[in-house]
Design a protein around this ligand. Sequence first.
Ligand code: UDX
Length: 438
Amino acid sequence: MKIAVIGAGYVGLVSGACLADFGHEVRCIDRDLHRVEGLRAGRMPIYEPGLAELTARNVAEGRLSFEHDLAVGMKDAEVIFIAVGTPSRPEDGHADLTFVYEVTREIAQNLDGYAVIVTKSTVPVGTSDEVERLVRSLRPEAAFSVASNPEFLREGAAIGDFKIPDRIVVGVEDDRAREVMAAVYRPLFLNQAPLLFTDRRTSELTKYAANAFLATKITFINEIADICEKTGANVQDVARGMGLDKRIGPKFLHAGPGFGGSCFPKDVRALIKTGQDYDVPSRIVEAVADVNERRKRRMGRRIIAACGGEIRDRVIAVLGLTFKPRTDDMRDAPSIAIIQTLRDAGGRVHAFDPAGMEQARDVLGDVTYFQDPYQAVAGADAVAIVTEWESLRALDLKKIHGLMRTPVLVDLRNIYVPDEAKAAGFTYIAVGRGDLEA
Ligand code: UDX
């Protein structure tokens, strides 16, 4: 099928490349000419393992191309995916749909023959209805359908999540759209990926409900970790004991500094706003947002406490800045609030991250960056592990100990074994594992 994907970002580019890999003919459209030219030259605008190779192969085999001009890109397309950004509006947390409606107007102007317009971006309940109303108002005579098809892609695992999804959710209001969308995903359907058809509003809400639930699960285990610290229990063992119950499952039960990223914080805020708009407040999700935000700063204060409560002019090394491993994305990363707390207390921050330092420079204030974790810890009074990058999981603790001024290790991702860290001479502080007293 001929498919147009509008927005060559985390969602649109991965979706476009994977749809091309299914055998469809895909045009990825982006209004950022620099980004389009980069993609045509094989330069990826995002850090996503495997994406460069997947893109190159499909471009070489003639199934994937990049276009700056939307009219050209969507010509003859049977399906047009809207995969543009829907960031949080700072003032009220509602999803900013400016780009979605701008693109919708452009699609309407260029519609030429039946097409299914698909909202793939995460959009508040009712947006797809609004897209349909807008197109209808601009082109009353045009033949088209609007569908919702939210993505469930994790950064760093997006290609696998697209190609081997737990489920595909498609919201449609007519049979023709249903047939077209079934054809889009037939290659996946054949390998048993459940293709769930709902109405559009149900599809839109399913996305928010799924992300808010995952954010709730993480926040729940983070609060259990707090109780573990006071009661001397081990949160990793509690999580294991919980997760063996098939109704709970082991995933997303890793206690840490709080969740970040471009989705959970945004989607939790948007769902809260939807609840407020319809006067059905979702108090659990409101608590999740509040608890998570407080936790990030609390983790900064935990580092300060581990240094005896005073860090003025002392050096704190922060290893791992991105919101999770295998990405360069700093959006809402816990490291931002943690480092702000350290700097507010007069600390000097040394930082290392395998992939995120370029992006970090734009969001972190006065931080000194190093290309190597050992350089970052030299002369430091404490080292905090904030993101569980593979390359941070087997540091030479004895070497680290020898480089530091005072050997304090705050492991916010529980990647080290307390006894080993203590045997290496560290004052070791973790999350939900034993007492906090250094
Ligand atoms: C998430 C959803 O997983 C994905 O399905 C959706 O489409 C987009 O949002 P993503 O934001 O890329 O994906 O990352 P994810 O792996 O979900 O982690 C989100 C945050 O939760 C990260 O900051 C991560 O460190 C944190 N997290 C995750 C935990 O603190 N503990 C966990 O057990 C899991």
